[in-house]
Design a protein around this ligand. Structure first.
Ligand code: G4P
Length: 546
């Protein structure tokens, strides 16, 4: 095979995705099953490390101290059916941070996992919006079907109306006396019934797909397996689905406009095979990415990538950090010199690391779609582009609207300089969002974060790395909007007078208003019809340009 062909074939095998869900929907369980099916781990329960971390903040720091830099389950790489899967973790609970959002900029598709009894929940909705914004393909898996849940048509309707995406059920649940018995595969027109007896025992909870029987829809055996009501319901459902839906449209799926939906139970291995089969068929390999000079094809031989996450080492003795780079094109190899476009410097990456399911190992080579971790001595910022020499930069990752705000109070007035330097660095690096009130007293600082953990990490790092003790006083604001004027120049004074919120500037000097409640945004919009209130910083020009 020629070099170009090898690169193209390797990239063609990559599938880089994330699972988006609300805590408790079963993401860890599903991940674990994928690893079992990929033959990477052999025991259920191996991915449990993150479970049961009630106090995530202190546990996380403890963990960081013990291990140096934590990789936990940030990136899982595993083989499946000849494909090379890269599953990127999107932490929830108290670990929820801007990194969670940014990770979605590094994937080519997502699996949205719903709890059948709960439907679309808050965190799923937030993560979904980022996927939708990027127009990436999204699969929907409705989990916990073994428990009493909501009507499946209800769930379809909820996804469509709450998330604004079309749904195409590929599998559909089959019940007997209201109890989940299996799935109907709409493309194959077959019913897959799970072996109830075995399902009740825990014998199948290993790496095997749960035992099942396949039958045709009009097979008389099916009538016996389901009771009359269950059988009739299946016939009615099939009819309803067939006349309600169009054909599955691949183009609309690829554009993130329509989501194939599956039903099952991750813990029982029910319905996973049908899901994975379609996933492997439909999930696209790495595609072209937008850069400031045009489109960069993934299969070009020249390496390029961008930093989407920086993980700080919480151990004071080691100040280095780990930068996660999503490779967007070509091939990376260890000895390679890379060009850091923002600084214009050529670098040799120290100890590039590839993430395997349970460990990390030095990377010899990696391809578009893969994620490598590189040690960072302070040069990288979120969104930085690395190339093999070319000068282009990939689209910036937007700043996401924070929901937690605190006033930063120094407990160490003699170390003001260190505090300013430290907090500005942390904000540039993307650990936290920093705002300065317009017209506030010099040095007044407000911090914003999408998750509480970001606040704790900032406080900890300011003390550990810059030697300054701070106090964080929680503020009542809950919403941030980047503002610009559709008429050109923004009138700050008018904004201050009309907005029931506080006007601040972010670290790049863009104007932001912090609000306490949603109604206040509507109120401000009414009073200032020429002002645009954006949820992310993307597209908002810096103040000097206004
Ligand atoms: P998360 O990562 O999304 O937070 O969810 P996780 O996989 O940890 O699952 C949350 C709970 O839901 C776990 O129970 C898990 O066993 C259960 N679960 C996952 N998939 C299914 C399913 O298909 N059916 C049913 N009935 N339960 C499911 P737990 O009691 O919190 O933890 P554990 O003691 O089982 O580990």
């Amino acid at each position: 095979m020629t070099d170009t062909k090898l690169i193209q074939s390797e990239i063609g095998n990559r599938r880089t995705f994330a699972i988006i869900s609300h805590p408790d929907a079963g993401k860890t369980t599903l991940t674990e099953k994928l690893l079992l099916l990929g033959g990477v781990i052999h025991l259920a329960g191996a991915v449990k490390a993150k479970r049961g971390r009630a106090n995530a903040v202190s546990d996380w720091m403890e963990m960081e101290r013990e291990r140096g830099i934590s990789i936990t389950t940030s990136v899982l790489q595993f083989p499946y059916q000849g494909l090379h899967m890269n599953l990127l973790d999107t932490p929830g609970h108290a670990d929820f941070s801007e990194d969670t959002y940014r990770t979605l900029h590094a994937v080519d598709g997502a699996v949205m996992l719903l709890d059948s009894a709960k439907g679309v929940e808050a965190q799923t909705q937030k993560l979904f919006r980022v996927c939708k914004h990027r127009s990436i393909p999204i699969f929907t898996f409705v989990n916990k079907m073994d428990r009493p849940g909501r009507d499946p048509f209800d769930l379809v309707g909820e996804v469509e109306s709450m998330l604004g995406i079309g749904v195409y059920p590929i599998t559909w649940p089959v019940f007997r006396s209201g109890v989940f018995r299996g799935i109907y595969h709409r493309i194959k027109r077959q019913v897959i019934l799970f072996d109830e007896a075995l399902a009740k025992s825990s014998a199948h909870l290993g790496s095997e797909i749960a035992p099942f029987k396949i039958s045709e829809v009009d097979d008389p055996v099916l009538r016996e397996e389901l009771d009359q009501a269950g059988y009739q319901q299946l016939q009615d459902d099939i009819e309803l689905l067939d006349c309600a839906g169009d054909e599955f449209d691949r183009q609309r799926f690829a554009a993130g406009e329509i989501s194939p939906m599956f039903f099952g139970s991750a813990i029982n291995n029910f319905g996973l095979e049908a899901f994975l089969e379609t996933f492997c068929e439909l999930m696209p390999p790495p595609g072209p990415r937008q850069a400031n000079t045009g489109i960069i094809p993934a299969i070009q031989p020249d390496f390029s990538g961008f930093v989407f996450k920086i993980q700080a080492n919480m151990n004071k003795a080691h100040r280095d950090r780990l930068a996660f780079v999503r490779i967007c094109s070509g091939r990376f190899h260890r000895a390679m010199k890379v060009h850091h476009v923002r600084s214009g410097r050529d670098l040799r990456l120290a100890n590039p690391t590839l993430f395997l399911a349970q460990e990390r190992s030095l990377v010899d080579e990696a391809f578009a779609g893969d994620v490598i971790g590189v040690f960072d001595t302070g040069i990288f910022e979120i969104g930085d582009t690395l190339t093999e020499g070319a000068k282009f930069e990939f689209e910036k990752i937007p700043s996401f609207a924070p929901e937690y705000f605190s006033r930063l109070v120094s407990l160490d007035p003699m170390r003001r300089k260190q505090l300013t330097r430290g907090i500005e660095q942390l904000a540039q690096e993307g650990t936290i969002q920093l705002y300065r009130p317009a017209g506030g007293y010099a040095g007044e600082m407000i911090l914003g974060a999408v998750g509480q953990l970001q606040m704790e990490v900032t406080k900890y790092r300011l003390q550990g790395e810059y030697g300054v003790k701070v106090k964080l006083e929680p503020l009542k604001y809950q919403l941030a909007r980047w503002v610009s004027s559709s008429k050109g120049k923004l009138d700050l004074e008018a904004l201050r007078v009309a907005c029931p919120g506080i006007v601040v500037h972010d670290v790049r000097d863009r104007c932001v208003v912090l609000f306490e409640q949603e109604w206040a945004i509507g109120f401000a919009k009414e009073r200032l019809p020429d002002v645009v209130f954006a949820e992310t910083a993307q597209g908002v020009v810096v103040r000097d340009d206004q």
